[in-house]
Ligand binder design. Structure first.
Ligand SMILES: [Zn+2]
Length: 182
């Protein structure tokens, strides 16, 4: 699973899109905000994976607002990524998790778990409020995996293990069948 953390450019565009997503949020304003077409998959992931449930609970208890959306990536080997939005009101941090289109449900849910783990890494460090904070944190706690079009990318063992664990939980708790026995 190739999975990266965007630390620099391109965030203004994401911020603009997020304003549109935010307007659609339900009145209860949960901290985890998947786009509408992803909500059934996120609900299924939370039902089948205790790890995902735990990560979602921790995000709801954190200061972070985490958007999740599908995205067609230019790199075909990329399953997902997470970025901190650059223009944030004081005292509020926003993350955007992007999951690759056209993956199996299991891959998408495992990638969601992986990226939610990164969200928790960032939630635990309130001083991370911009790209330089992200770069500083992940330089110390992650492995630098590349520099794609000016975006420095990182990975952590913890997030990789979270993805593997979610996948394991999904295989032990299959999706509910839609047919009935007669
Ligand atoms: Zn990752």
């Amino acid at each position: 699973m190739a999975c990266i953390l965007l630390a620099t450019s391109g965030m203004s565009l994401v911020a603009a899109v997020v304003l549109g997503v935010q307007a659609l949020s339900p009145p209860s304003t949960p901290h985890l905000r998947p786009e509408i077409m992803l909500r059934p998959l996120v609900e299924q992931a939370a039902q089948r994976s205790p790890s995902i449930r735990d990560l979602i609970d921790r995000i709801e208890a954190s200061d972070l607002i985490v958007y999740v959306r599908l995205r067609q990536f230019a790199q075909s080997n990329l399953d997902g990524r997470v970025a901190l939005l650059s223009r944030m009101p004081a005292g509020q941090r926003y993350l955007m998790i992007e999951l690759a289109c056209a993956r199996s449900d299991v891959v998408t849910m495992a990638t969601l778990g992986h990226e939610l783990y990164h969200a928790m890494e960032i939630a635990a460090e309130p001083w991370i409020v911009d790209a330089s904070g992200l770069t500083s944190y992940y330089t110390r706690h992650g492995q630098r995996t590349g520099d794609i079009q000016g975006n420095v990318t990182f990975e952590t063992r913890g997030a990789e293990q979270a993805g593997v664990q979610v996948r394991r939980e999904l295989f032990t708790t299959p999706a509910r069948q839609t047919w009935t026995l007669k």
